[in-house]
Design a protein around this ligand. Structure first.
Ligand code: SF4
Ligand code: MG
Length: 330
């Protein structure tokens, strides 16, 4: 089957007071129908920028290069009007704080009617309202609550209402950026169940952007680890969690003692300044295994376990030869 999302050579650039930078720098991956991919890394690694770039939701002045194919159509070249249709119809977005997307002056029902009829003008108001009721009850919200205002909902209900809104047009893919961070564990597990159902029943693909590795272990089929704008390791969750190959992934997993923080306690130092990234492997300044040639060129992703790819010169295939006497971490 065709992938729901195919990203090739994606770069996302911004201007900052310190100069221009690529927050996402030459990233490629696929998401297949019904599959969930977790995107993890420290804050500032580019994971949220990547999530937003899939929707072409960029801050003013931001640029996107490369290809982002969603349901076979490249998002990068689309006109604003086509883009608006595509968001919603093919892509649903779930943010951490639903109040930023729900209009406090509009009832929940109005949000659904407006969104459905923007995309499907032939749908009557009554039919849109009926679909809203169905979508809400799928999310465990009584359909009668469709006439409520957002502030009359609890935080967890608002988040579920926003997910209902995001999937009302049956998108192929949902991008969820820290969707459960502000919620308690009961609502969190409800939402994860919902995502699971949408994936198995409707073959929706999920990109879950999070710093919470526990959430990824529970929810995702595959995981991509980002460091300083690049994917340094990607593969099946079991492989990566049981046998991480990249020194950064190893540090990240060792730090999950404190799941709820974005700080890495087990790796000395800080991610590089992306306005002036270090040459070659960007992890080199922090890497306990650094070799002379690590700073010569950027290592390529190479297969290190079935389906698992790692960008590190400790493994053959990453580009430069592994020097005699240097062994991969055991
Ligand atoms: Fe460390 Fe070199 Fe591998 Fe980078 S390429 S992670 S510096 S060993
Ligand atoms: Mg973020």
């Amino acid at each position: 089957a065709r992938p729901s999302v195919a990203v090739r050579g994606l770069r996302v650039g911004y201007r900052t007071p310190d100069g221009p930078l690529w927050a996402v720098d030459d990233v490629s991956f696929d998401i297949h129908p019904g599959e969930s991919l977790g995107l993890v890394g420290e804050s500032g690694c580019g994971k949220s920028s990547l999530g937003r770039a899939l929707m072409r939701l960029m801050p003013p002045g931001g640029v996107v290069r490369g290809r982002v194919e969603v349901a076979g159509e490249d998002m990068v070249g689309l006109s604003e009007s086509r883009l608006r249709r595509k968001r919603g119809e093919d892509l649903g977005l779930v943010f951490q704080e639903p109040m930023t997307r729900l209009n406090p002056l509009l009832k929940i029902s109005d949000h659904f009617i407006e969104m459905i009829r923007t995309h499907q003008p032939d749908v009557s108001k009554a039919e849109a309202l009926e679909r809203a009721r169905v979508a809400l009850s799928q999310m465990g919200i009584p359909p009668t609550r469709v006439e409520s205002y957002p502030h009359e909902f609890s935080g967890g209900m608002r988040q579920r209402a926003m997910i209902a809104l995001s999937i009302a047009l049956e998108p192929k893919v949902i991008v969820a950026d820290e969707p459960t961070t502000s919620l308690d564990v009961i609502v969190e597990s409800q939402i994860l169940d919902l995502f699971g159902r949408l994936r198995s029943e409707q073959q929706i693909g999920l990109l879950l952007v999070t710093h919470n590795l526990g959430l990824v272990a529970e929810t995702c089929d595959r995981v991509a680890v980002m460091y300083a704008g690049k994917i340094v390791e990607i593969g099946p969750v079991e492989e990566i969690f049981n046998d991480p190959k990249h020194p950064y992934t190893r540090g990240l997993l060792a730090s999950t003692i404190s799941l709820e923080t974005t700080e890495l306690h087990s790796i000395e130092g800080y991610p590089p300044n992306l306005t002036d990234p270090p040459p070659g492997c960007r992890f080199a300044p922090r890497c306990p295994y650094v070799m002379d040639h690590c700073t010569d060129a950027v290592p390529r992703l190479t297969e290190t376990n079935p389906g698992q790819h790692t960008a590190c010169y400790l493994y053959p295939g990453a580009g430069a030869p592994v020097p005699e006497g240097v062994r991969a971490p055991e």
